[in-house]
Design a protein around this ligand. Structure first.
Ligand SMILES: Cc1cc2nc3c(=O)[nH]c(=O)nc-3n(C[C@H](O)[C@H](O)[C@H](O)COP(=O)(O)OP(=O)(O)OC[C@H]3O[C@@H](n4cnc5c(N)ncnc54)[C@H](O)[C@@H]3O)c2cc1C
Ligand code: SF4
Length: 497
């Protein structure tokens, strides 16, 4: 198992205890009884009306107000042994930032978040809190809804951005050592930020014409507006990080070129952007494409929104899969004016890996859910364009290796559904261009880069890696944590030379 934290456990506990024993925290804790705190209802996220929001790309979740944030923060019991922290993949000191919100010190709350997370405004919007920190909140054990940690994280980060000047953090003096980053997703950005803080000269090479990785080309603006990501990138620029766009490492320049350019260490955060298909008959018909292609055309190339890039449209679109990517594709299809959007997933809704909130939003917006169905064949017209799909009805059997009940076909239960566009969102794999171009690099059977679990160092001494290229498809917060841990260890190794 690859480690997720940057701090070790003792440091984390010490950090929690020190801040918890400050006088203002003790006074705040004593200001209300636990009974009073648990009696407060959980805040509701203000949202755009579903009928309106599918006509535009505006952010659906509008964010909670300062008044709502203070009340929500007062629900937190400031536990002595806060289990929420153990549920956070990078062990953010959650009660510390929440209690700062309760006392009205929103800037301090944002600073507490930044101690551990380099992208709190992003994580507050897209992290699956219901499976992480919030699932461990003491409230859930007492039969109450968890403290809305994600909403509060977003509030503090947004408040800081909207109210305080963007400050350059304390930086070590420049040490003259150059390091390169391949890929500008969350792993590459957090690595770049930490290395710049430690005094290194950092250059990020990105294949696309936009910086941000999946945060820009995958996750749609109605969930994560681009200006939130751009603000973080601007912060890195102010710290001296340089960005080279339209540069595909492995084609435009090679790994050897990076050495010739004087880079002493390389971090690979090239993600997992290689789409998977199901290899069923008819899958190469026109009108069947990967979610990656569909979302990139629309989000990055602005297809259908004034950009030159074309995108196929349909009256009835089927999206295959049950993850965040599938959900983003359905909701994007609605915003492209599609009359009927059907989500087809082979297990039941309970097993869907997508965030609960996304599933709820997709339903509110009118996506039809056809769970326990699996495509087995696509049918085309005489011009080779898809016109229908055959789906197999499934039932749930025994749990498989993932712990979820596996889907089993019900013999003879096959249905034909007319469709004119199909988006396949059944998973991704790491792109092999970078790994295969580096001699001696250890690559796993799943095509991920093999790293030392503690340090993120690969079999090639000066090369570290993290995020989806190592994990094969994970989450923003895990990618970010990997980048930070790689920075800690690469910096130590380079400075010891
Ligand atoms: C549609 C979608 C929705 C998602 N929703 C969520 C969510 O709600 N919550 C969540 O936590 N996670 C979500 N994820 C997963 C999350 O976005 C990823 O786990 C995360 O972005 C991985 O970060 P990364 O830094 O490893 O790579 P990426 O974000 O994939 O970035 C990799 C970057 O490297 C660049 N690159 C690749 N090869 C090269 C090369 N040879 N040279 C130069 N640059 C290169 C790519 O162009 C890309 O910009 C979602 C993913 C998708 C696709
Ligand atoms: S577990 Fe819940 S109540 Fe306890 S500190 Fe964490 S957020 Fe607060």
């Amino acid at each position: 198992m690859i480690k997720t934290t940057v701090l070790n456990y003792t440091e984390m506990e010490q950090n929690n205890m020190e801040s918890r024993n400050e006088q203002w925290r003790i006074d705040l804790r004593n200001a209300k009884t636990p009974k009073e705190r648990t009696a407060i209802p959980r805040v509701e996220m203000p949202q755009l009306d579903p009928k309106y929001r599918i006509t535009c790309n505006e952010e659906v979740n509008q964010g909670i107000s300062a008044e709502q944030a203070v009340v929500e923060a007062s629900r937190c019991l400031d536990c002595a042994n806060p289990q929420c922290v153990t549920g956070c993949p990078v062990n953010i000191n959650i009660p510390k930032f929440i209690k700062n919100i309760e006392r009205g010190e929103f800037g301090e709350a944002a600073a507490a978040l930044k101690e551990t997370s380099s992208l709190p405004a992003v994580c507050g919007r897209v992290c699956p809190q219901e499976k992480q920190c919030e699932s461990r909140c003491i409230h859930t054990k007492m039969g109450h809804p968890a403290v809305a940690i994600g909403y509060l994280e977003r509030f503090a980060a947004d408040w800081q951005r909207d109210n305080l000047p963007q400050e350059v953090p304390a930086m070590a003096p420049a040490n003259g050592i150059k390091v390169a980053v391949i890929g500008s997703g969350p792993s590459g950005l957090s690595f770049a930020g930490d290395m710049a803080k430690k005094g290194f000269s950092v250059t990020v090479f990105e294949a696309l014409h936009e910086i941000g990785g999946v945060l820009k080309y995958g996750i749609p603006e109605f969930r994560l507006p681009n200006h939130i990501v751009d603000y973080e990138i601007e912060g890195l620029r102010k710290m001296g990080v340089e960005f080279v766009k339209d540069c595909l490492v492995g084609k435009t320049i090679s790994y050897e070129d990076l050495h010739e350019m004087g880079f002493k260490g390389v971090f690979v955060g090239s993600g997992a952007g290689f789409p998977r298909f199901m290899n069923i008959p008819g899958e190469n018909l026109n009108g069947i494409m990967s979610s990656n292609e569909y979302l990139t055309r629309i989000n990055l190339m602005e297809a259908g929104r004034g950009g030159d890039t074309p995108v196929l449209r349909g009256k009835t679109i089927a999206v295959i899969g049950g993850g965040n990517t599938a959900m983003d594709s359905t909701r994007t299809a609605l915003r492209m004016g599609t009359e009927r959007v059907i989500l087809i997933y082979r297990r039941s809704e309970e097993e869907m890996p997508a965030r609960r909130e996304e599933v709820g939003h997709a339903k509110e917006e009118g996506v039809e859910f056809k769970t326990l169905h699996n495509p087995i064949e696509y049918i085309g017209d005489d011009k080779g364009r898809v016109i229908a799909m055959r789906v197999q009805k499934m039932e749930l059997g025994e749990p498989d290796a993932s712990g979820r009940r596996s889907p089993v076909p019900i013999e003879g239960a096959i249905e034909e559904i007319p469709v004119d566009l199909v988006i396949v969102a059944v998973g991704v794999s790491p792109n092999q261009l970078v790994p295969r171009s580096i001699p001696g690099l250890d690559i796993s059977k799943r095509n991920t880069i093999v790293v030392n679990e503690e340090t993120m160092q690969s079999s090639v001494g000066d090369l570290y890696a993290g995020g989806d290229i190592v994990r094969g498809g994970a989450t923003v917060i895990l990618a970010m944590g990997d980048g930070r841990r790689a920075a800690l260890n690469m910096a130590e190794a380079l400075l010891a030379k």
